[in-house]
Write a protein that binds this ligand. Structure first.
Ligand code: GDP
Ligand code: MG
Length: 458
């Protein structure tokens, strides 16, 4: 059963605009629909390429370079949704306006702009908007209003594949979009006539209760999924782990693919990967080294989204080494490094050892490459697409873990065959002999592995 919190505003098919068709791959859905359930996404039935207008607000406090990079990124985000950007409206402001972010004059201009000939169905702001601002802008322009978090949420919604990612995205969407939908919904329903206000208020209450119920249901389901994950992770406990982190589109999945010969999705679009995958380093090492690919970061990632992806990022928290992938060919890569560091700090991985990978060096010109090597002497300048570079990185990872390992003796009492099997599979065993008290093993292991083993043997 699907209960829709607020009916989607399907974009009207307007005459005069050529609509390009594209593959039926779940992209290009128009109208951000907030649904309480995931099934039967009504918006997925719409396959046009909706026209949209970007609203570029340049605040005085933001440096021009940062502003430009952010706007360029917003374009990419919107293009990831396969929306057609038919115009841009710019306003320079000292500080944002409380009512509608942009000034009244600009808002009127925007209302004109969405009409013919652009026939836009939505407007997109790079800045986060309050529920009231969304309502005011929607009322003035008559079209859908999105801010950067709403766009990111929509991309996440479309790219979520696993049960966990879907639950997390739905939860984040409920938290972020429900207040915005509710404010506008209530106002629209109010209309005229005495008593209308009371009706809208009870409607409001019903919506609020629905959101609350669905939120608890989602939280319960997520808890169950997490329990399974903790169980799965327990089997990998103590194994050396590397997590690939970094800005979206930096080449994390390409690195993952090359390092593990796995078939994770590589795509030149933002947030192609939402689910963490864990695979063993290839060619396999003894002990096996696990590599995980994580969700990418981006500036102004909605806080709720960071929080909901925490468990996905737990893989990163669990790692002994982070590979911080950077797209060295992107002019904005320094700010990407900064954002990634901030998010890592935020989720508590700031103290983990890390290696910076200056990826895509194959498309960086040689003079810039020389400068980068000087600026980042510790970083590895490489290309995920170059097998020799991957081989060198493989060796570097093996050395990193070997350096942290020491030789120790361990007795596994009889009856703990499960632990013994895991040791044989996952730990570097130098010798083993059968004694009266159990199996005596000489192993080479890292402190983390030893602690985990001792805990299981206690
Ligand atoms: P992710 O979002 O960080 O997982 O990035 P992906 O691995 O999906 O890669 C994003 C895009 O960059 C894809 O089109 C890749 O083919 C491309 N890419 C990744 N690594 C390299 C590289 O070393 N050199 C070049 N030229 N392109 C790369
Ligand atoms: Mg990826």
């Amino acid at each position: 059963m699907t209960s829709t919190l607020c009916l989607p505003r399907a974009p009207a098919k307007r005459a005069g605009r050529t609509e390009r068709q594209h593959q039926d791959d779940g992209e290009g859905k128009a109208g951000l629909t907030l649904q309480i359930c995931f099934q039967d996404d009504l918006s997925s039935q719409i396959r046009s390429q909706p026209a949209t207008i970007l609203v570029d607000v340049q605040l005085q406090k933001t440096a021009a370079e940062e502003h430009g990079a952010s706007l360029q990124e917003l374009r990419q985000l919107v293009e990831t949704l396969r929306w057609d950007i038919v115009g841009t409206l710019t306003q320079k402001l000292q500080s944002p306006m409380a009512a509608s972010l942009i000034g009244t004059g600009k808002l009127n201009e925007l209302s004109e702009l969405v009409k013919a000939p652009s026939m836009a169905e939505s407007v997109v702001f790079d800045h986060e908007l309050t529920p009231t601002q969304v309502r005011n802008i929607r009322e003035a322009t008559g079209v859908e209003v999105y801010d950067r978090p709403a766009i990111i949420l929509e991309i996440f919604h479309r790219h979520a594949r696993t049960k966990e990612a879907q639950l997390q995205v739905e939860l984040a969407r409920l938290k972020y979009l429900a207040p915005r939908e509710r404010v506008s919904g209530a106002k629209e329903r109010r209309g005229g006539g005495r008593g209308a206000r009371g009706v809208s208020e009870s409607f409001h209450e019903i919506e609020r209760r629905k959101v609350r119920d669905r939120t608890s249901e989602l939280q319960r389901e997520l808890k169950a999924v997490h329990r399974e994950q903790v169980e799965r992770r327990r089997h990998r406990e103590g194994l050396p782990k590397v997590a690939i982190v970094g800005y979206t589109n930096a080449g994390k999945s390409s690195l993952m693919r090359a390092l593990t010969l796995s078939d994770v999705l590589v795509a030149d679009r933002l947030f192609a990967t939402l689910d963490t995958t864990v695979r063993a380093l290839h060619p396999e090492t003894q002990p096996r080294i696990l590599v995980s690919d994580t969700v990418g970061f981006i500036r102004n990632l909605p806080h709720d989204l960071v929080a909901s992806f925490r468990s996905t990022l737990d893989e990163a928290l669990d790692a002994s080494l982070l590979l911080h992938a950077v797209d060295a060919a992107d002019p904005a890569f320094r700010s990407h490094i900064q954002v990634t560091k901030e998010v890592l700090e935020d989720i508590g991985t700031g103290k983990l050892p890390f290696l910076v990978i200056l990826n895509k060096i194959d498309i960086v010109d040689s003079s810039l490459k020389a400068l980068l090597e000087k600026e980042f002497p510790e970083a590895i300048a490489m290309s995920a697409l170059n097998p020799e570079d991957i081989e060198a990185l493989h060796s570097r990872l093996v050395t990193f873990f070997l350096d942290t390992m020491t030789e120790v003796e361990l007795v596994v009492p009889y009856g703990k065959e499960g632990v013994l099997a895991d040791i044989r599979k996952n730990v570097h065993v130098l010798s083993e002999s059968y004694e009266e008290k159990g199996v005596c093993l000489k192993i080479k292991a890292s402190p983390g592995t030893l602690t985990a083993l001792k805990r299981r043997l206690a």
